[in-house]
Design a binder for this molecule. Structure first.
Ligand code: UT7
Length: 325
């Protein structure tokens, strides 16, 4: 039976120019390059300039994705931005991105699911396109986490970086089989009992301040592999694919040991797991589209490839999207 699927037409990314290495951190907090590398796989991260906002990063990423998609900006009717570091409490960063792209059609709004934001935004866009309400969407993951870090907390400040990535989706008729192009399965989950393990200790409605990121890393780590593997397995069962049939895994980039743990648990060759941790650190909602962009530029993503995106983040929130490129 013919169905409408959300086909990925283009991908793009943007990273701020300034790079901070692990050695730079050893001059700020009691840490070493050896500790950060061994425990996380991170070697460096990009940090936004003072005058660079989340929307600026998102606009740059979206522009590249649009050019690569060959779609006219005037034909875009939906923009969703996944971010936990919006320019302002309101309006939504997505609307500022819409204005920056010179688009006045359709709708734009933000999705807030922290590190799972891109998976949530893809799932939301996919459902709008499948129902026919919108035809062409830009899904952006953009973050300036450097602005919400406690730069004296070595347990968190060394982990995160800034950046943005974007994809252009188009609703296209497909056959309705698992060989179709586009999003084949999208699953999102949350469980608010775990808020205290990863949160920001401020907000307009509570402290009237922005606040700083707080994390019990060890506990988050304990949940991550189990929750992510679970939702990947559900996606595979739904579509009837085996883990080894996936051409490329593009996970949220939190810790190399989490990526290795998932590979082991699913019995997947680690070469099939995209890792950008060494260069980008954890860029929250931006990490998956940044990794997709790197995979595309390294010719590791070609038309027809099966790609699995997954993430877990504050909330807890988690989810997975399986798509054929
Ligand atoms: O993206 C959202 C989801 N987030 C995640 O998935 C993050 C999950 N968690 C992690 O990636 C890891 O738990 C961390 C990388 C955050 C921490 O690694 P860990 O192996 O779990 O270390 P730990 O928190 O258990 O700390 C071990 C030791 C502690 O010292 P003591 O108490 O054993 O003396 C920490 O104080 O390492 C110490 N430590 C550091 N030492 C040097 C913590 N941070 C640092 C640091 N440099 N930057």
């Amino acid at each position: 039976m013919a169905v409408i699927r959300s086909v990925i037409r283009g991908v793009g990314a943007y990273l701020p120019k300034r790079i901070m290495t692990n050695d730079d951190f050893s001059r700020i907090v009691d840490t070493t390059d050896a500790w950060i590398t061994e425990r996380t796989g991170i070697k460096q991260r990009h940090i936004a300039a003072e005058d660079e906002l989340t929307s600026d990063l998102g606009i740059a990423a979206a522009k590249q994705a649009l050019v690569r998609s060959g779609i006219d900006p005037g034909d875009i009717d939906l923009i969703i931005c996944a971010t936990a570091t919006p320019d302002r409490t309101f309006p939504a960063t997505a609307v500022r991105i819409q204005a920056g792209l010179g688009i006045t059609n359709g709708a734009a709004f933000d999705v807030q699911a922290v590190c799972s934001g891109f998976v949530y935004a893809m799932t939301t866009a996919d459902n709008f396109l499948k129902t026919g309400l919108f035809k062409r969407a830009i899904v952006v993951g953009a973050e300036t986490f450097s602005r919400i870090l406690d730069w004296s907390d070595r347990g968190t400040c060394v982990l995160f970086g800034d950046g943005a990535g974007a994809v252009v989706l188009e609703a296209q008729p497909q056959k309705g089989t698992r060989d179709d192009r586009g999003v084949l399965s999208a699953r999102i989950r949350s469980d608010g009992r775990y808020e205290d393990l990863l949160y920001v200790d401020g907000g307009p409605g509570s402290t009237k301040t922005t606040g700083h990121l707080r994390m019990n890393g060890r506990e988050v780590f304990r949940h991550a592999i189990q929750k992510i593997s679970g939702v990947i397995e559900e996606t595979l069962v739904e579509t009837g694919y085996a883990a080894e049939e996936i051409d490329l895994y593009v996970p949220h980039q939190a810790n190399q040991r989490i990526l290795d743990g998932i590979a082991k648990r699913l019995g997947v060759n680690p070469n099939k797991i995209m890792s950008t941790l060494a260069k980008h650190g954890n860029t929250s909602a931006a990490s998956i589209p940044l990794a997709l962009n790197q995979a595309f530029e390294e010719h590791r993503l070609k038309e027809g490839n099966l790609v699995l995106m997954e993430a877990m983040g504050g909330g807890f929130t988690w989810g997975a999207v399986l798509a054929r490129w």
